[in-house]
Design a protein around this ligand. Structure first.
Ligand SMILES: [Zn+2]
Length: 193
C-alpha cells in the first residue's frame, strides 16, 4: 500500500467545540465507520498523527479532532490520507518523524510478579523497573523477549538477539522489518481486507 491508496479526508471547515480543535470534512471513498473512532491522518510535516473521528448528527460530514492539536494543523480545502487504528499504529512507526531507531542487542530484564498472582505457576506482570515498591516479587531476567511491533516476531537472546529499539519508548522492530519498511518508510506490510 502507498499513501495515495488510502481513503482521503478532505477538510471543509474548522471549528472549536468545547475548547477542542475540530476539523469537519468528508471521506473519499468512505471507510467503514462507526459513530466515533480512533484513526490516523498523514501530513507531510508531522507524519502520521492520531485523532478521534466522529459522525455528525444529521450531516454527511465527519469531525476529526487531533490527539495533539498543537502538533497538527490541517488546511481547509486539502485532503489527507487516512489509515484506520490497527494499521495506523504500525504505519506511524514507519512514518512518524518522532521515532529515533537504534540497533541494539536485546538484554533480559528483571520481571515482576504481583503478590496476588495465581497458583498455577509464576505470572509475570511486567518489568520490575516499572513496579518498584509494589507488593510482589522480582524474578531475575524473566522479561526475556520483545516482539517486533510490525510483524510480531520474537526478539530474544537465543532467537534473533538484535533489533531496532525506538529511543522514545520501549518499542522494538526486527531487523527484517527495519530494512524492508522502517528505513525506506514503506507501508508495503499493510494488507486491507
Ligand atoms: Zn518484524
Amino acid at each position: 500500500m502507498t499513501l495515495d491508496q488510502f481513503p482521503q479526508f478532505r477538510v471543509a471547515d474548522t471549528t472549536v467545540e468545547d475548547g477542542i480543535v475540530c476539523y469537519v470534512g468528508t471521506f473519499e471513498p468512505t471507510p467503514k465507520v462507526s459513530e466515533s473512532w480512533m484513526g490516523y491522518l498523514f501530513t507531510k510535516d508531522r507524519g502520521l498523527a492520531r485523532g478521534r473521528f466522529a459522525c455528525r448528527p444529521n450531516s454527511t460530514t465527519i469531525a476529526f479532532s487531533p490527539w495533539d492539536a498543537a502538533q497538527m494543523e490541517l488546511r481547509i480545502g486539502e485532503s489527507y490520507a487516512y489509515i484506520e487504528g490497527y494499521w495506523g499504529e504500525k504505519a506511524a512507526l514507519v512514518l512518524d518523524h518522532a521515532h529515533r531507531w537504534e540497533r541494539k542487542e536485546f538484554q533480559p530484564q528483571d520481571a515482576f510478579e504481583p503478590e496476588w498472582s495465581g497458583r498455577n505457576g509464576p505470572k509475570i506482570w511486567g518489568k520490575a523497573a516499572e513496579h518498584v515498591g509494589e507488593p510482589g516479587r522480582i524474578i531475575p531476567a524473566a522479561w526475556d523477549h520483545a516482539h517486533c511491533a510490525i510483524c510480531w516476531a520474537k526478539i530474544a537472546q537465543y532467537e534473533q538477539p538484535y533489533g531496532y529499539r525506538s529511543s522514545d519508548d520501549d518499542t522494538w522492530v526486527c531487523e527484517r522489518c527495519y530494512t524492508q519498511y522502517v528505513e525506506p518508510r514503506s507501508l508495503a506490510f499493510i494488507r486491507l481486507a
